[in-house]
Write a protein that binds this ligand. Structure first.
Ligand SMILES: [Zn+2]
Length: 163
């Protein structure tokens, strides 16, 4: 699943399983319709309390098959310590230039887990940087045309709605 290739839709998130939980069904639907889909996991999930990073890697590979992904990769950023740094934005912008998705799916900016919120911020900013012609990044400039947001929020009558 690490063969670099273009994708139509790319989901980006902090942890292996975030995408499966928030929009796995959408990615299956896209794949069924013939679109090329991908996932970029920012961390290996080494801080997770249910299983190891190795367990997560095996599960992510199995999920990639079930989801019908064209591509999946992990950026090995530090789990539970994500920061919206220039280095992280540039790393994600480099991936966006390589994979050239028309649609990206990002975590919504209102999230309980700081990594989820920050991952969305990194990816949003990277979408802009990837399109700058003079940015010192490999590859040709590329900016996704559409952004969708996912959320982990479980809505109840008392849950503030994202604005
Ligand atoms: Zn997560």
């Amino acid at each position: 699943m690490n063969t670099p290739t273009n994708v139509d839709a790319l989901a980006l998130a902090a942890h292996r399983d975030d995408i499966e939980i928030t929009c796995g069904g959408l990615l299956i639907k896209f794949a069924d319709l013939g679109y090329r889909t991908g996932i970029v996991d920012f961390t290996a999930g080494e801080m997770g309390t249910r299983g190891s990073a190795e367990d997560r890697a095996a599960e992510a590979a199995a999920a990639a098959h079930v989801l019908g992904l064209t591509h999946r990769e992990n950026l090995n950023m530090p789990d539970a310590k994500l920061d919206n740094t220039l280095a992280n934005r540039m790393a994600v912008a480099t991936v966006l230039r390589r994979l050239r998705p028309r649609l990206v799916i990002l975590p919504h900016w209102r999230q309980r887990h700081p990594d989820h919120r920050v991952a969305g911020e990194i990816a949003y900013d990277a979408c802009f940087l990837a399109g700058l012609k003079r940015m010192d990044l490999p590859g040709e400039p590329h900016r996704p045309r559409k952004i969708l947001y996912t959320a982990f929020l479980r809505f109840t009558k008392n849950t503030p709605r994202p604005t």
